[in-house]
Every structure is written in structure tokens, then in C-alpha cells.
Design a binder for this molecule. Structure first.
Ligand code: F6R
Ligand code: MG
Ligand code: MG
Length: 366
């Protein structure tokens, strides 16, 4: 039997600024899924990362199923009512459309889903970021699947030696889904030139070439491309299958030790280091830093095991310090040059409007 795992997340209100959902809001998400679980779901979990609530659901309806997407949409609508009652900040922020039209994609919430035939043991990792955009996953996914410095299995495990197939999306194209399919190892340099530009080209999914099985999926929605203005950062999620024909859990985690620089943080407009945090991490310094959490679990007959918090381990304390230091190094130069996001990524209009006014005052010296 094929199982589908769907992850749908949204920021519909938070406590103390853009920091974390309230307990009541999370309980509302949980209750909504619980009421409908028997009808639609095999199992579910509700988590949060920073100010984003996240629904992890298993079922047998396949990806992009309208009933599953409607369930998630309505869960976030109900949670928005709670957020309004409680006076939470940014109530309903990510619900950008009024009427549900069959799929949450293009409506604000982020989603990633995969359908597969369960292996006898099926380990997965759910990554969730806050205060950054989907391109944040380019670096760790590219390196975790394609670089033997992180993925020793590419050299040591024959199943992986044939490489992986990547679907990459042009997220600036808004008329529909513009994608390219490239495979490692032969298209490695082609992929490098695209993925180095994470605000434009984003890994959408990865497949194992040895078996054709889906290995990873990433939410690719860019809120400012949907709303045409700043409505909060996209705060992406990714789901990765691990072990055997896929990288091991540790190989997939390894690139996060770089604490690479991403666009996001305060007003979605700065460059900071992505900090691997324990689950239920909140947002603090400079409305950031940009964070990523990793929840490991197995699924069996559609039922989730308990989960393990993969960044809750002493090794990552050192990386968290490194991430804070990297962030402080770039924060020291405030808004100058590389410290602030490129013009087209500035999520508030102040700079652009001011430059427009100043532009009229420029003179061309004779
Ligand atoms: C970044 C973020 C925050 C807000 C900032 C101002 O993604 O959510 O940095 O941009 O706190 O928020 P508003 O515009 O809601 O006052
Ligand atoms: Mg927010
Ligand atoms: Mg958020």
C-alpha cells in the first residue's frame, strides 16, 4: 500500500511579535486534525518552529489531494479565529486568499508531500525553518545528496554511487511551475550554477536514481511572489527519507554544520547564518536568527513513531555558537553591502521608495 506524507505549514499568529504560536493556537490545530483524522488521515503530528505551525499528516490519498489540503486550510482558518480571540500578533498572516480553491499552493501556506511504498523500516527527517526562504535548503540538500565530503555513502554504498535526480524550480516564474530536471554526478556543475542563486532557483525534490524512489521534497512557495508585497518570510519545510538507498540521517544533517548564510532574519531583508536549533525553538535576536529544526521519526503502516530531536545533541551546541558568531560578524556591518539582502529581495518598500525620491535629485555633471 502506498502511503502519502503531507507537510503543510503556516504562520497564523504568534505571541510577543513574530516569535511562536500560542498553546491555544496549537491545540486548535491539533483538535481540528483529530476531529477529522478518522475520516481522512492515518496519523498526524502538530509541531511549530518559530512562529510557524506545522501539520505532519499521513494518509493514502496521494499528493495534492483536495480533501487533505482543505483539511489543513480549515485547520489554519480555525486557528486564526483563536489567534484573533487571543489578540495574537499577525493573526491569519499567511492565509493570503479568501476562498479555498482545491490546493494550498499559491494561497500562502507552505507544503511538501511525498508518496511512497513503505520500506520495512522507513526513517524520515522533517526540517522546518523560520525567518528565511526555500532557497535556504539548496546548500544542505545539494551537499547532503551530491557531495562525498558530507555523504560518504556516495563512495562507500554502491546503491548511491549512481547519484540522484534533482527537480529544480525557477521560483521567479509566476505563471505556473517552471522546472528543470538534472542528475548528479553528470550535471553537477549545471546544478551548481543554478543552486548558488537560492532566491531564484530552488530544489523542489530529489529522487534516488538506483530505484526511482522519491528521496526529498521541499516547499517552494515564495509569499512575496504570491502577494506581490511583503507578507512575512516563506519559512520553508522539507521532508527527507534516509538510510539504505538514501543518505544516512547523519549525512543529511552534516551540511547544516556549516551554518551557511541565508536571506531572511529581521524584516526578511538581511543575511544571517542559519542556526540549527532544538525543536520548539523561538525567535529572538534581531527577529531571528534564521533557524532550522530537524525532527526524525519512522513511519510504519502509516503510523508515526515517537520523534527524535536531531539538533538536540551536544555537537550542535558548538554549531549554534558558530552560527551566532557568524551572524554577529555580518551584523556588525548593519545594512552595508553584503549584510542586507539584494534590492529585489528587500521585503519592505522603504529603501526602494527613498531611492526613487533621491533619484530625481541626481544631476549629470557637464
Ligand atoms: C521577518 C519578520 C519580522 C518582521 C518585523 C516587523 O520575517 O517576520 O522581522 O518583519 O518584526 O514586523 P511588522 O511589519 O509585522 O511590524
Ligand atoms: Mg511571521
Ligand atoms: Mg515564520
Amino acid at each position: 500500500m502506498k502511503i502519502t506524507v503531507s507537510v503543510i505549514k503556516a504562520d497564523v499568529g504568534s505571541v510577543g511579535g513574530h516569535n511562536r504560536p500560542s498553546e491555544k493556537l496549537l491545540a486548535s490545530l491539533h483538535n481540528h486534525l483529530k476531529q477529522n483524522a478518522q475520516r481522512l488521515l492515518k496519523d498526524f503530528k502538530v509541531t511549530f518552529t518559530g512562529d510557524d505551525g506545522c501539520l505532519l499528516m499521513s494518509h493514502t490519498k496521494g499528493v495534492d489531494h483536495p480533501e487533505i489540503h482543505k483539511l489543513a486550510w480549515e485547520a489554519f482558518i480555525e486557528a486564526t479565529k483563536v489567534a484573533k480571540e487571543q489578540g495574537l500578533y499577525g493573526a491569519g498572516q499567511d492565509l493570503l486568499k479568501d476562498a479555498f480553491s482545491g490546493n494550498v499552493r499559491g494561497m500562502g501556506p507552505g507544503s511538501c508531500e511525498m508518496e511512497f511504498e513503505e520500506r520495512p523500516s522507513e526513517p524520515l527527517v522533517l526540517f522546518a525553518c523560520d525567518k528565511t526562504d526555500p532557497g535556504a535548503f539548496n546548500y544542505p540538500i545539494f551537499r547532503g545528496f551530491a557531495d562525498p565530503f558530507h555523504n560518504a555513502g556516495l563512495l562507500l554504498a554502491p546503491d548511491m554511487a549512481v547519484g540522484f535526480e534533482f527537480t529544480i524550480m525557477d521560483v521567479n516564474y509566476t505563471e505556473g511551475d517552471r522546472v528543470i530536471v538534472l542528475s548528479t554526478p553528470e550535471n553537477y556543475y549545471d546544478m551548481a550554477v543554478l543552486l548558488r542563486d537560492p532566491e531564484h532557483y530552488v530544489v523542489e525534490s530529489v529522487k534516488a536514481r538506483s530505484t526511482g524512489d522519491v528521496a526529498a521534497v521541499v516547499s517552494t512557495s515564495r509569499l512575496h511572489n504570491i502577494a506581490g508585497k511583503y507578507t512575512g518570510k516563506d519559512d520553508p519545510v522539507a521532508l527527507v527519507r534516509t538510510q539504505k538507498q538514501f543518505p544516512s540521517t547523519g549525512e543529511i544533517l552534516s551540511p547544516y554544520a556549516t551554518a551557511h548564510y541565508v536571506v531572511g532574519d529581521n524584516r526578511g531583508s538581511h543575511i544571517v547564518s542559519l542556526m540549527p536549533c532544538k525543536q520548539n525553538a523561538i525567535i529572538s535576536f534581531f527577529d531571528g536568527p534564521a533557524i532550522v529544526t530537524a525532527m526524525g521519526f519512522c513511519i510504519h503502516n502509516g503510523i508515526f513513531t515517537e520523534s527524535v530531536d536531531l539538533f538536540d545533541q551536544p555537537f550542535w551546541d558548538m554549531i549554534r555558537n558558530k552560527a551566532a558568531e557568524k551572524t554577529m560578524h555580518i551584523r556588525d556591518q548593519g545594512f552595508f553591502g553584503a549584510a542586507m539582502a539584494p534590492m529585489e529581495e528587500l521585503e519592505y518598500t522603504g529603501v526602494v521608495e527613498r531611492i526613487k525620491l533621491l533619484d530625481k535629485k541626481f544631476i549629470i555633471r557637464k
